[in-house]
Design a protein around this ligand. Structure first.
Ligand code: EPU
Length: 439
């Protein structure tokens, strides 16, 4: 990320070593809410959204929809109202796309509704190159003509998009979502093979079905969509954020504590829960809660990341933080993104022993970590530093926390509720602190 405004200079300061106990409520999932919001472009009427988290990425998507001309209002009950009928600009400009790659989720819906779209190409990002070639190939198979001009994707179609048989070369979450949305208003039937099976895909399909879409097979690797003429007004509700929930459960485990997350079904976190159980954690769950407790030091276990239902790449950094204090040596293999180990150097500053070998990290568990000054480099890497800071002796200061704010709603407040000592130092306080030091 390039230099930003003063607000990006916020820091989180943690006094580590407190055992976390108690209960927190899961927020709505960022990665489910973003495609649901993009889907509003397809709807011929207002949509009421429930369980929308207060997050930077959500504000970016709201800004993008409003910029296109939609009426967007957010009340303080995590409820959002969007009506895209007044939208006139089928575009996503660079200034918005560069702050959030998921802005490219509007490409399929814009093309389906307006017959044309101009969406800035998302560049590389910290965790890898992350191209969107499979999204584009799929839209071409549905009859779109696509060119890239001055860094923008320009897509057009004569009349309606046409149903097509699309086989993804590799499993892609937002690619599956983009093409599923495009296919909802296309003429005829579309099949998506080797489709992503993430719960966020099922949430999107359920929501679109409630507005009149005809979709089958979501949650499996073959999704079939039969295009309809229009989607009618209605409601969409976001599922719980499984990554956020697991991060709080890991916060309990890394501090030898006992944390319950409510408002989430354990079926969303099977791979994670299986691994922490294997590591020796006590896991208890009901339809709408998950409890994890560490009655003794965790044992090292190996993970490798995979598309759902495998172990999620979005929890790799947090799991690695847990393993830095486990008994024994753990092998963590990242198979989804080529550069998702940026937390390793920062964890090492806190006393973690981690050796990197290509896409594999070999973590030798230590008996303690020490607080240090560390830097957040991407969203989930930041979460791993928070976890390490909670368990470390002494004070940890995490800078560049704007990464955390993209995906964790009121993180300090939720952690404090569990007994953590966590403060946010805002940029203006940092500045005043600096000024005082110089005086
Ligand atoms: N890929 C391509 N070409 C494409 C699309 C993807 O080569 O056209 C590659 C990617 O570079 C990557 C792999 O395929 O190596 C899988 O990427 P995918 O498309 O599934 O990732 P994404 O859809 O861009 C979503 C989440 C990510 C999460 C991944 C994997 C959203 C908004 N983002 O990204 O979430 O890590 O799926 O599960 O849903 C996060 O929340 O921190 C985050 C990065």
């Amino acid at each position: 990320m390039q230099a930003r405004g003063w607000w990006c200079m916020d820091k989180i300061i943690i006094q580590g070593g407190r055992r976390l106990t108690g209960s927190v409520k899961a927020s709505g999932a960022k990665n489910a809410a973003l495609p649901l919001l993009a889907a509003s472009i397809l709807v011929d009427g207002p949509v009421v959204y429930r369980r929308i988290p207060h997050l930077r990425d959500i504000s970016t998507m709201m800004t993008l929809l409003a910029w296109q001309g939609a009426d967007v209002t957010y009340d303080d009950q995590h409820c959002l109202h969007v009506d895209t009928r007044p939208s006139t600009k089928p575009e996503a400009p660079y200034d918005l796309v560069k702050t959030m790659r998921a802005s490219s989720l509007v490409l399929g819906p814009l093309l389906a509704r307006f017959g044309s779209a101009r969406v800035s190409l998302p560049g590389g990002c910290a965790i890898g190159a992350r191209p969107i070639d499979m999204h584009l190939k799929g839209l071409e198979a549905m009859g779109a003509e696509i060119e890239v001009e001055q860094g923008d994707i320009i897509a057009r179609v004569d009349g309606r998009l046409q149903g097509a048989q699309i086989v993804f070369d590799q499993v892609t979450v937002t690619g599956t979502e983009n093409l599923m949305m495009a296919a909802v208003l296309a003429a005829g039937e579309t099949t998506l093979d080797n489709a992503a099976r993430e719960p966020e895909i099922v949430n999107l399909a359920d929501s679109l079905r409630a507005l009149g879409a005809r979709i089958e097979g979501d949650g499996s690797n073959r999704i079939t969509i039969c295009g309809v003429e229009r989607l009618q007004a209605g409601e969409m509700t976001t599922i719980a954020d499984r990554i956020e929930a697991a991060t709080y459960l890991a916060a309990g485990l890394i501090t030898g504590g006992d944390v319950t997350v409510t408002g989430i079904s354990p079926t969303l976190l099977e791979a994670f829960l299986a691994r922490v159980k294997e590591a020796g954690a006590t896991v208890e769950s009901g339809d709408d809660f998950i409890r994890c407790a560490a009655e003794k030091r965790l044992k090292a276990v190996d993970i490798h990341t995979l598309p759902h239902p495998g172990f999620p790449t979005d929890l790799q950094a947090q799991f690695m933080a847990l393993m830095t204090l486990a008994e024994g040596t753990s092998v963590v293999r990242e198979t989804i993104f080529e550069n998702r180990f940026m937390h390793v150097q920062e964890l090492a500053r806190m006393g973690a022993e981690i050796r990197l070998d290509g896409n594999t990290a070999i973590v030798t568990g230590q008996s303690r970590l020490q607080g240090a000054q560390v830097m957040a480099t991407d969203l989930r890497a930041s979460a791993s530093l928070v976890l390490a800071g909670l368990a470390a002796e002494g004070e940890t200061t995490i800078s560049r926390v704007y990464h955390i704010d993209r995906g964790y709603e009121r993180i300090e407040e939720k952690l404090r509720r569990l007994g953590a000592s966590v403060e946010r130092q805002s940029a203006s306080e940092n500045w005043m602190h600096g000024a005082k030091l110089q005086a």
